[in-house]
Design a protein around this ligand. Structure first.
Ligand code: ADP
Ligand code: MG
Length: 424
């Protein structure tokens, strides 16, 4: 189908054309009519499937057809991170370009001028407020904001918001809103706590679930089986001839991200670190430099894996196998977007082997193991089951699972082991 088939306002259709949107993605096709019908929705689809437009377009159309109080805040969109809030705001500006609808983005880490713009937007009643929960509460704590005109509440990346510990903040904000409103939740995953949140704040919702896709074939996946100390040598080898255009190296811990970025920079490579300890200004700067190509290698924790939309990334390197399959899919989904080709390489040490096997099991395929270049040394055997049994965390018989679930003796789901997210 095409966007023409939705009963959208003409000026909104012009915005769509200006943004070059022609065909809706599956999550858009399914979610837009339900939001237009003013039903509550929980919509679950993985990153990169077009969830932003799936809520922005019908929201804007609803705002054009309902008669809301123009002097009040009418819609609140909550997003876990500043980067995501900015991206939503940018798409919002594109789609609403020809519409008389105002919006303000409310997120932290800015100067006092930004604070004033945000406060004015909130107190003077911007139609749409795009906010991170923490910053929204800072404003709420300092001044009276009239929420009586809020008809729409949208939670984007709800799973991420819960992972980041925003449950109480969200509930505090929700309690200030009129009960008579449309509430919409988007999530990349549907764990139990998301269902619980949905039960609490949604009213008889329509559930939309787009199956988690295997990574597209346009992403070439490969791995190096190696030891921990060989990993740096492999990186050196990969960048010895030339550095591909846009590379993201993912590492699980901030400390590791910092170290790697430093090592690469010392080698004269255009690398920069990206993690949640950075000031907002520095984060914006790094992302900007990466987008425009002045930085070629971004070393990052998972904060950039989810949701962040950067085109034309040619190579993803996982410095270690990610904790669970969904992180892997999110990470490598940063490449090969919009039908381009991309490559994802995972460095698999002995400790990583069981996790990597889980990923292969989920993908139902064997990922190609690149032979180690001679200067790196001998390749260890890939024997994930033995590796897990010999691990220092305890010798358990039976199926290979991640250590945490085995230690707790629980029947953790094979593809989604219970996880303890470090604060990155
Ligand atoms: P998600 O929120 O599911 O991670 P986004 O909404 O950020 O995904 O969309 C990912 C990218 O795809 C964005 O660059 C967006 O502009 C683009 N996009 C989304 N839907 C369409 C569409 N129907 N046609 C063309 N581009 C689209
Ligand atoms: Mg999104």
């Amino acid at each position: 189908m095409t966007f023409e088939e939705f009963p959208f306002n003409e000026a909104l259709k012009e915005g769509l054309q200006a943004m070059n949107f022609e065909k809706p993605t599956p999550v858009q096709e399914q979610t837009i009519p339900v939001i237009l019908a003013k039903r509550d929705v929980i919509s679950c689809a993985q990153t990169g499937t077009g969830k932003t437009a799936a809520f922005l377009l019908p929201l804007l159309n609803n705002l054009m057809t309902d008669n809301h109080d123009k002097k009040k805040v009418n819609a609140i969109i909550m997003s876990p991170t500043r980067e995501l809030a900015q991206q939503i705001d940018q798409q919002m500006e594109g789609f609403s370009y020809f519409l008389p609808i105002s919006s303000v983005a409310v997120y932290g880490g800015n100067d006092s001028q930004a604070w004033d713009v945000q406060r004015n937007g909130l107190t003077r009643g911007a139609d749409v407020v795009i906010a991170t929960p923490g910053r929204m509460l800072s404003h709420i704590n300092l001044q009276n904001i009239d929420f009586s005109g809020v008809k729409y509440l949208i939670l984007d990346e709800a799973d991420r918001m819960l992972d980041m510990g925003f449950f109480d903040d969200i509930m505090r904000i929700v309690k200030l809103l009129p009960a008579d409103r449309q509430t919409i939740m988007f999530s990349a995953t549907m764990p139990h706590k998301i269902r619980e949140l949905a039960k609490t704040i949604l009213n008889n919702p329509v559930e939309i679930k787009i199956a988690i896709a295997r990574p597209p074939d346009s992403i070439m996946q490969a791995a190096y089986i190696c030891t921990e100390s060989q990993k740096l040598l492999i990186l050196k080898h990969l960048f010895s001839v030339n550095v591909p255009n846009k590379v993201i190296i993912f590492a699980g811990k901030k400390q590791r991200v910092r170290e790697l970025a430093l090592i690469l920079k010392r080698k004269g490579l255009p690398a920069e670190a990206m993690h949640s300890d950075l000031e907002q200004r520095d984060r914006d700067h790094v992302m900007h430099e990466f987008r425009n190509g002045r930085i070629n290698i971004l070393v990052a924790t998972d904060i950039v894996a989810r949701g962040i939309d950067i085109d034309d990334i040619t190579l993803i390197i996982n410095y270690e196998a990610p904790r669970d399959v969904e992180d892997y899919v999110h990470r490598i989904g940063r490449t090969a977007r919009a039908e381009a080709k991309g490559m994802a390489i995972t460095l698999v040490s002995e400790a990583d082997q069981p996790r990597f096997k889980n990923i292969e099991d989920f993908l139902e395929k064997t990922i190609y193991k690149i032979p180690l270049p001679p200067e790196v040394g001998l390749m260890p055997a890939y024997n994930p089951k033995a590796a897990s049994e010999n691990s220092p965390r305890g010798k358990f018989k039976g199926r290979t699972q991640n250590h945490a679930s085995k230690q707790r003796g629980k029947q953790g789901g094979k593809h989604r082991p219970p996880r303890q997210k470090p604060n990155n």
